[in-house]
Design a protein around this ligand. Structure first.
Ligand code: G3I
Length: 321
């Protein structure tokens, strides 16, 4: 019986999942499911600054190494997530009274050390994550406040100094053509004009309740590709607003997954990561925004590692294309 991974390999498609290092260590079913069904991995949290930096001058790579090495040992495409983000800064950082120069040195050293460590192992990096706000303005963060908007270009240059990985800008809510993806388009076009070493754009595709329209996704991917950039789907999951599930939620979800995979194949986007392995581990369980909850069954496997209709849909989408 061919697995999802077999179908992806045959189509030269990269299909990945975001991983939790603890599950990888303690749960053989988790390990086996990932190894059999995916040809790509990314740490869901283990490469974030909070997890890597117990203090200003130290690093703890144990969990990140576990995932990256698992990927390398299993011949997988490894995505690094993420070097620069406004969210997920360590606790000690909040109390640190830095000068702008110290902040700059800190970020540069962080990027050099982390991207450099995985030079031969990580294939793509989400260098900068979520720097654009939902209305399309640049997000004000500790990085933009301390370093100015140039921190984005600098981050890509610093990463480029120590790794051969493809370097991505990654964001959510910019899957379709909209104000936010327009702003990201302008941002990356500007970076390219300034010869900043950027290779691609990651569209997260968290389809929460309102699912981005595949036709508009295709148009969006196309315009980034026309700039000479690669586009990857980096964090896909598909959920319903709580209380608004249709009669056949799993089938509708499966259809959407299939539409997105076909859309990708149509436009030549060959890399898609789901944000987790099984429904029991999805971040959406604990997530509320503006009081809104979502059903926590957004992935390809159910909580017992059963293959869901969405799994079959992605696999068939790849096999039948
Ligand atoms: O591990 C601790 C646990 O020990 C503790 O008891 C518990 C109490 O809050 O927290 C646990 O850590 C949480 C962690 O998820 C593991 O579940 C953190 O508080 C929580 O902040 C963290 O959330 C992650 C979130 O990013 C923030 O980093 C989610 O797992 C992760 O899925 C989510 O991923 C983001 C992408 O990086 C960027 N795009 C959006 C995406 C979804 O929000």
């Amino acid at each position: 019986q061919a697995t999802l991974r077999d179908a992806a390999d045959a189509q030269e498609f990269t299909i990945g999942a975001a991983l939790d290092p603890n599950a990888l260590r303690v749960d053989p079913s988790y390990w086996k499911t990932v190894a059999e069904n995916f040809n790509a991995v990314t740490p869901e949290n283990a490469l974030k600054m909070t997890r890597l930096r117990p203090s200003r001058h130290t690093y703890d790579f144990k969990n990140a190494d576990a995932i990256v090495n698992f990927g390398v040992e299993n011949d997988m495409y490894v995505r690094g997530h993420t070097l620069v983000w406004h969210n997920q800064k360590p606790e000690w950082f909040q109390a640190w009274d830095y000068t702008d120069e110290q902040l700059r040195t800190f970020l540069r050293d962080h990027i050099h050390t982390v991207a450099g460590r995985y030079r031969a192992k990580i294939d793509a990096w989400d260098v900068v994550n979520e720097a654009v706000d939902d209305d399309g303005s640049m997000r004000r963060t500790v990085w933009s406040d301390g370093l100015g908007e140039d921190y984005i270009a600098d981050a890509f240059r610093w990463a480029d100094e120590v790794t051969d990985a493809d370097l991505f800008y990654n964001d959510y809510g910019a899957d379709e053509i909209n104000e936010k993806s327009d702003a990201i388009y302008d941002l990356v076009e500007g970076l390219l004009e300034d010869d900043v070493p950027i290779d691609g754009v990651g569209l997260q595709l968290h389809a929460l309740g309102d699912w981005p329209d595949p036709e508009s996704i295709a148009e969006n991917i196309q315009r980034f590709q026309d700039l000479g950039l690669e586009v990857h789907i980096t964090e896909m999951d598909v959920a319903f607003h709580d209380g608004e599930e249709p009669e056949n939620p799993l089938e509708e979800q499966a259809e959407y997954y299939r539409d997105v995979v076909e859309t990708c194949l149509d436009v030549g986007c060959d890399n898609l990561v789901t944000w987790g392995v099984h429904d029991g581990s999805s971040w959406i369980r604990g997530f509320k925004d503006f009081g809104q909850r979502y059903t926590g069954d957004p992935l390809l496997f159910d909580g017992r590692y059963g293959e869901k209709p969405a799994y079959d849909a992605v696999k068939e989408g790849l096999e039948e294309y």
